[in-house]
Design a protein around this ligand. Structure first.
Ligand code: NAD
Length: 256
């Protein structure tokens, strides 16, 4: 049995992770961590990761909390040799590397900007297309309660496109064409790739990558309509971290 602690267990994603872990036959919820949790659950819930480390025994910490608290959580868990599966977005590559270095040998920090297989494939297809199209823009669509923009998936996609085209910047009209009073119309530039963030009722998480060349466009789109779409990836991460060590970024590392 893999013993799992779920940080953010009272949240939208954390609550779904609790249900998925409880339904899996090879793992169990050892405890939850959430300062805003109510009662009514069958496992102990702690207010902080520190309290959970002192009061419960677990192999893996899953973190779906908030961009401003995830780093503190990992700073507590990793030095104690707890494998971490992180979905909370907002940590830079540099921060992830530094956090992974705090862990003893044999410990894994696994971060996936997106746990859906479809989004991982969408990023792979975008990476494959990028060298062949002079232009690429990322449009991402999320629910109104999302706390960060752009999304972690959009940032990762922009990084992959930039790498795949050797850092070459877009040739499309940029910020200099934005009219006064409507700054931002051309989106945020992430490694030279314009990223546009839509926030609206009705969405969970969608992303479209639009490529342009002479007389042709190519669109690669993924839609996640239910948080259940993330759970196979989260469970795969929980099952896989025990066999790895150091920093692993991206579900594609385990999807072979
Ligand atoms: P949410 O606001 O519904 O839940 C966050 C929970 O974290 C809340 O219950 C809150 O009380 C709790 N929390 C706050 N401080 C805490 C602390 N110190 N320790 C433990 N828990 C704490 O948010 P959500 O929609 O569930 O999203 C959570 C995160 O996951 C966001 O960063 C979001 O962008 C990210 N996300 C990632 C993926 C992915 O595939 N990687 C998918 C969806 C969401």
């Amino acid at each position: 049995m893999i013993r799992v602690a779920v940080a953010g267990c009272a949240g939208r994603m954390g609550g779904t992770v609790v249900g998925a872990v409880e339904a899996a036959s090879d793992m169990e919820v050892a405890c939850g961590v959430d300062p805003h949790a109510g009662g009514g659950v069958s496992f102990p819930v702690f207010r902080s990761v520190r309290e959970a480390l002192d009061g419960a025994d677990f192999d893996v910490l899953v973190d779906f909390t908030q961009p401003d608290v995830v780093e503190g959580n990992l700073r507590e868990a990793l030095p104690e040799g707890v494998d971490c599966v992180v979905g909370t977005t907002g940590l830079s590559t540099g921060a992830l590397e530094e956090l992974a270095s705090l862990a003893p040998a044999g410990t894994c920090l696994f971060y996936a900007p997106n746990f859906t297989t479809g989004a991982v494939l969408m990023m792979e297809f975008a990476k494959a297309a990028a060298p062949y199209f002079p232009e690429a823009e990322v449009l991402e669509f999320h629910h109104c309660n999302k706390k960060d923009a752009p999304s972690g998936t959009a940032v990762r996609t922009a990084q992959l496109i930039s790498e795949a085209r050797g850092g070459r910047a877009s040739e499309a009209p940029g910020r200099e064409t934005e009219v006064a009073g409507a700054e931002g119309a051309r989106g945020a530039l992430v490694e030279g790739v314009p990223v546009h963030s839509v926030r609206s009722m009705g969405y969970v998480a969608s992303q479209e990558v639009v490529f342009g060349s002479f007389g042709q466009t190519l669109s690669v789109r993924h839609d996640s309509w239910d948080r259940a779409s993330y759970m196979p990836g989260v469970l795969l991460g929980i099952r896989s971290v025990g066999e790895r060590e150091g920093l692993v970024v991206g579900l594609e590392n385990f999807m072979k």
